[in-house]
Design a protein around this ligand. Structure first.
Ligand SMILES: [Ca+2]
Length: 155
């Protein structure tokens, strides 16, 4: 009987962990973000997952927003390995001209990791954060499976 209780407790625990890995977070700026930390989705699936929640993949238009996301991830994943998260940027339409999918506009502010974007292998056209356990950006093959971060659609 004790073993059965333990099994039930373990299952509940697993379910709870599953929920924690993909959920809504509120930032210090009181904005709402959805983070899926499991590395299960390619870039296009990530975009679709955000759309299904009436959200969109994250844009980071300036240093303030970058700081907000940095703090959000550090606060919520402080004792864990930082997840690799797709954000809403690619250069699929125009090579080496990365745009935010939300606006279609080319980057003004950037926070690339050192040596990035390097288009490694000639096939890196989507952007994610978290490669060096920090908030810098890396271009990557869009079919790689990562987590993602969505933001609310502003009215
Ligand atoms: Ca790269």
């Amino acid at each position: 009987m004790a073993r059965r209780s333990l099994l039930v407790a373990a299952c509940i625990c697993c379910i709870a962990i599953g929920i924690v890995r993909a959920k809504l977070y509120t930032s210090t700026q009181n904005n709402t973000y959805f983070i899926e930390a499991r590395h299960k989705y390619n870039w296009f699936q990530s975009q679709n997952q955000c759309t299904l929640q009436n959200m969109t993949l994250l844009s980071i238009e300036n240093a303030d927003k970058n700081r907000e996301i940095h703090d959000l991830i550090n606060e919520n994943f402080k004792d864990k390995e930082k997840p690799l998260l797709y954000i809403g940027a690619n250069d699929l339409a125009n090579l080496k001209h990365f745009c935010w999918t939300k606006t279609g506009l080319e980057f003004d502010y950037t926070n690339w990791s050192e040596g990035e974007p390097n288009n490694y292998g000639g096939n890196e056209h989507c952007v994610h954060i978290g490669l060096y356990d920090d908030d810098t950006w890396n271009d990557v093959d869009c079919s790689m499976r990562f987590g993602y971060i969505c933001e609310e659609n502003k009215k």
